[in-house]
Design a protein around this ligand. Structure first.
Ligand SMILES: Nc1ncnc2c1ncn2[C@@H]1O[C@H](COP(=O)(O)OP(=O)(O)OP(=O)(O)O)[C@@H](O)[C@H]1O
Length: 281
């Protein structure tokens, strides 16, 4: 397949499709019809830069989860195009899409979603086992050490803390070195210390191994771990922030929460990072 360039010039953070792990090009997603019609995404164009940690933020109902699901091939768009690792998802049939999700996308969910009867190690290798692939031994070793689970590998999820379970889930998502790891509120069920560990791990996986990571979060202190924050409002991109810190993210969120709708569509301003007070972890 020939990858045509996005039709709009304002893809965030990268100038060429080749620099992007994934992108959404004029994506709309409509649920229901008639009186119950909801435009969850309203012509979104954005790029997910390769090898970086991107956070998606916005008020409740702004379309964060819908966007993530469309980018990850978990949901179909109503119109527009989603390209992941050079593959146009909107052209794939169900089987090809299922295979792509299995082989080229990693997921981390708020609720961990581990298999309770399997050990930590078996959970980590499960997607590769299902796909009939052997994970490289040296890489698996490195991964286990990077998530700090060396002495917990034989434990089942019920024998692990929430933070440990989420680190298993992160290792499972990272194991196949997917095009993108998508994390949906990964710290939502964790105490703050465990949350920081998981966020540090996602950030380090981008920095050390060039893993592209996308995280949906409500939490400005979590978003501050990312390299880039994309803000949504009413199903549209309302701006972005490079090298975010907690206070600046909080300010932007207050503006979005207060203004809602069109006022939130402030121009993307990558230069406006590093506001007073810092708060960057
Ligand atoms: N399956 C669905 N059927 C109908 N409407 C839906 C469906 N999923 C989402 N929506 C609507 O689409 C809009 C965006 O929802 P979405 O869950 O993407 O927002 P969000 O920003 O992730 O919200 P939250 O932060 O509360 O999780 C909302 O108005 C929501 O009610």
């Amino acid at each position: 397949m020939t990858l045509t360039a996005p039709t709009t010039p304002d893809l965030l953070a990268a100038g060429h499709p080749g620099d992007l792990a994934a992108y959404a090009d004029q994506v709309s997603k409509v649920y229901g019809r008639g009186d119950s019609r909801v435009a969850a995404l309203d012509g979104i164009t954005l790029g997910v830069p390769k090898g970086r940690f991107t956070a998606i933020m916005g008020p409740s109902g702004s379309g964060k989860s819908t966007l993530m699901h469309c980018l990850a091939g978990l949901d179909r768009v109503t119109s527009g195009r989603v390209v992941l690792g050079g593959t146009d998802l909107t052209r794939l049939g169900e089987r090809a899409l299922t295979r792509l999700r299995r082989d080229r996308v990693g997921f981390v969910f708020q609720a961990f979603n581990l298999v309770p009867t399997l050990t930590a190690l078996e959970n980590i290798t499960l997607p590769a086992d299902i796909a009939g692939r052997r994970l490289d031994r040296a890489w698996l070793d490195e991964l286990v050490d990077s998530v700090g689970l060396r002495d917990r590998l034989r434990h089942r999820p019920s024998e692990l803390s929430g933070g440990q379970q989420q680190r298993v889930a992160c290792a499972r998502a990272l194991a196949a070195r997917p095009d993108v790891v998508f994390a949906d509120e990964p710290t939502g069920n964790l105490d703050s210390r465990s949350g920081r560990e998981v966020l540090g791990l996602l950030r380090d996986s981008a920095r050390r191994t060039g893993q592209s990571v996308v995280m949906v979060t409500h939490d400005p202190s979590a978003a501050a771990y990312a390299d880039l924050v994309v803000f949504l409002s009413d199903g549209r991109v309302a701006g972005q922030l490079a090298d975010p810190d907690q206070n600046t993210v909080l300010e932007r969120m207050k503006h979005l929460d207060g203004a809602g709708g069109p006022a939130a569509s402030a121009p993307a301003d990558p230069a406006s990072s590093g506001g007073p007070g810092g708060g960057r972890p």
